[in-house]
Design a protein around this ligand. Structure first.
Ligand code: AMP
Length: 193
């Protein structure tokens, strides 16, 4: 959907998982935080985003960044330097027990990155758009119950304050993430229209 709209999707989680897979020094440092469901230090993630955005002139969507107030402030400074302010920030509202249920049953394709849920969105056997073969599904280490509980606590203490940060600037769009997939998708499209 976002590719059709010509919007580049930049996910800090995906960039970090790629660094872990490649075994780079950054990946090795990040892995222990990620496995525990903790946030990777701000300086590491900010540096990664600075690198990914350098020289970019097209529109993009950040996924999973910023997650702390210092990251939001660093993003403001980066975008001011690029003359490209934030257009909108989407907050997905989902009750905690529903998040635990979703993450526990999530399966992701190593090739195309699509994610499925064993109950609400099972893999339909369609070929992977990256390899053309059947999707190669795996479960993320940090979708284990202990890591999920910590990720949700970390969200409450470090990321939730960003709701006010962006609401006070008139940029926050709230999406009811508990709705079925197609309705969430429609709300996201409307939020960034
Ligand atoms: P995600 O795929 O967005 O759920 O991210 C997976 C993990 O990567 C998180 O639980 C963190 O450990 C790390 N991570 C991703 N984005 C950030 C960020 N903006 N700041 C700090 N850690 C991050």
């Amino acid at each position: 959907m976002l590719k059709e709209r010509g919007l580049l999707h930049l996910s800090t989680g995906d960039l970090l998982r790629a660094a872990v897979k490649e075994g780079t020094p950054l990946g090795l440092e990040a892995k222990r935080y990620m496995d525990a469901g903790d946030l990777v230090p701000d300086a590491v993630v900010i540096g990664m985003i600075q690198e990914a955005l350098a020289g970019r002139t097209d529109d993009f969507m950040l996924d999973g960044f910023p997650r702390t107030t210092p990251q939001a402030e660093a993003l403001d400074a980066m975008l001011a330097g690029m003359g490209a302010p934030v257009d909108a920030v989407i907050s997905f509202d989902v009750p905690r027990d529903e998040l635990v249920r979703r993450l526990g049953g999530r399966w992701i394709c190593r090739g195309c990155g699509r994610s499925f849920h064993e109950v609400s969105n099972p893999y339909d056997g369609a070929p992977c758009s990256a390899t053309g073969a059947e999707c190669d599904l795996y479960q993320r280490d940090d979708d284990r119950p202990e890591a999920v509980a910590n990720r949700l606590d970390v969200y409450d203490s470090q990321t939730a304050p960003l709701i006010d940060y962006y609401a006070s600037r008139g940029l926050l769009r709230r999406v009811d993430g508990a709705l079925p997939l197609d309705e969430v998708q429609a709300q996201v499209v409307e939020a960034i229209a």
